[in-house]
Design a protein around this ligand. Structure first.
Ligand code: FAD
Length: 427
């Protein structure tokens, strides 16, 4: 007799979603997590009373899996304004979504932020992306085809001007994809574009960690073991780092790709386990008040200065600064992310922010710097073609995680659900 029906290794969103689905279907499931908390890459720290996510990320409220699996209202989300503020040198200009903020969009046109040709092409892109999503033809979690092209190729093929690509798509989607070449697959870009067009970027009042906390709350207390690293797995078998062995009818590996490569026996490792990852560094400051007059994202279109993008999470969801004041988060441009530049980065950020906001940034107080070296899997067309064909690796062995679908909250939740379905389908 096995110890459990299923053992899931890794309590990120994928592992949590999988475990919850299995418990709902009456399977005795144990979730094992190496860290001292659940959530994986979705984490929030509290520093000097401010909530700071481990790397800037948002929950899009149009994500189909989030709508399916999460109680979005219970997260009490605050919403970003659609569009973004684009910084170029000392100028800040708003790029608005004409369907939600028609007046602001007209202003963008009149100021020359967006040319008429690019505005027409953006309208077509919006229409095509939404139509493909609604028609079920746009799902980046499905297997990639040989015909996939990169985001840069897609934008060029659609006739966008190099200037608009450089000043809007590159800083905005470069920040989403954590890469500056826009070599992420167009399928991922079009899906994200549809999500931004149909929904809003949100932050839960309790910080991003409220998302895994909500999933974990649906599990029985003894169904999760944290601080419990797994050393290796085999079909139906899990060996813990302390040497204990546990058996189960099914073992689900819900780690990141690198974790799966370390755990799986060589014969079950696929090319996906060698995929590159992309990183980011977040620098957080406390301030007496926000430098912005609306809950918005500021992206840096100039190829200079340390700031890649800047947000004030407490403008979006007041829970980020429940004790008052504002918390300001800056994602660093890649050239500034190297560890040997850390000493100069705080002053450099304040100097660049002073170009945009005047004297106030000189009073910002450094809170913390958070390094996330493995934030997202590489999602170039070539990398996506290396993904595993489906969740089942062998009888008694199943795989999930965002590296198996797409590098997002939506992708992780979807892969967890699909892994649970594969377990249930086996009887
Ligand atoms: C900085 C950053 C920004 C992002 N921005 C966004 C965004 O704006 N919108 C969006 O939708 N997505 C974003 N994402 C992506 C999203 O957060 C991830 O795709 C998702 O959280 C991945 O979940 P996962 O469960 O697949 O993997 P993980 O969260 O990596 O979970 C894997 C878990 O397995 C555990 N584990 C590993 N090895 C072992 C072992 N040997 N034994 C036991 N446990 C083990 C790990 O500790 C971890 O908890 C961002 C991610 C980061 C980091």
């Amino acid at each position: 007799m096995n110890d459990f029906d299923t053992i899931v290794v890794g309590a990120g969103l994928a592992g949590l979603a999988c475990s919850r689905e299995l418990w709902r279907s009456g399977r005795r499931t144990l979730l094992l997590e190496a860290a001292d908390r659940v959530g994986g890459r979705v984490a929030t720290d509290t520093v000097a009373g401010f909530r700071i996510d481990r790397g800037f990320q948002v929950l899009n409220d149009a994500y189909p899996e989030a709508r399916r699996q999460l109680d979005l209202a219970a997260l009490r989300p605050g919403r970003f304004e659609p569009g973004a503020v684009v910084a170029e040198g000392r100028r800040l200009r708003r790029v608005a979504d004409p369907w939600r903020q028609p007046l602001a969009a007209v202003a963008s046109l009149l100021q020359g932020t967006v040319g008429l040709r690019d505005a027409v092409r953006a309208a077509r892109l919006r229409h095509d992306a939404i139509a493909a999503f609604r028609g079920g033809r746009l799902d980046p979690d499905q297997p990639a085809t040989d015909a996939e092209r990169t985001t840069a190729e897609e934008l060029t093929a659609r006739g966008f001007s190099p200037g608009f690509i450089q000043t809007f798509f590159l800083p905005f989607f470069g920040g989403v994809f954590l890469e500056r070449r826009l070599d992420t697959a167009a399928a991922v870009f079009l899906f994200d574009f549809a999500m931004f067009a149909l929904g809003r970027a949100t932050l839960p009042t309790g910080g991003m960690a409220a998302i895994p906390a909500q999933l974990a709350a649906a599990l029985p207390a003894d169904a999760v073991r944290t601080s419990c690293p797994v050393k290796r797995v085999a079909p139906g078998l899990v060996e813990l780092a302390d040497g204990d062995q546990l058996s189960a009818t099914e073992v689900v590996v819900a780690t990141d790709a690198g974790g799966a490569a370390r755990l799986l026996p060589p014969e079950y490792r696929g090319p996906w386990t060698s995929r590159r990852t992309k990183g980011t560094v977040l620098v957080a400051f406390a301030a007496d008040r926000s430098p912005l007059d609306s809950p918005t994202l500021v992206v840096n279109a100039a190829a200079e200065g340390p700031i890649d993008n800047l947000t004030v999470p407490s403008d979006v969801a007041p829970g980020y600064a429940a004790g008052g004041g504002a918390v300001i988060c800056v994602s660093l441009r890649p050239e500034w992310a190297a560890a040997d530049r850390r000493a100069e980065v705080g002053d450099a950020i304040r100097r660049q922010a002073a170009d945009w906001f005047g004297a106030a940034p000189q009073t910002w107080r450094p809170l913390t710097t958070i390094d996330v070296p493995h934030a997202l899997p590489d999602e170039s067309p070539a990398a996506r073609r290396m993904r595993p064909p489906g969740p089942r690796l062998a009888a008694g062995l199943v795989l999930c995680g965002d590296h198996a679908t797409s590098g997002s909250i939506n992708g992780a939740l979807a892969s967890g659900r699909r892994a649970a379905e594969a377990v249930l389908a086996a009887g």
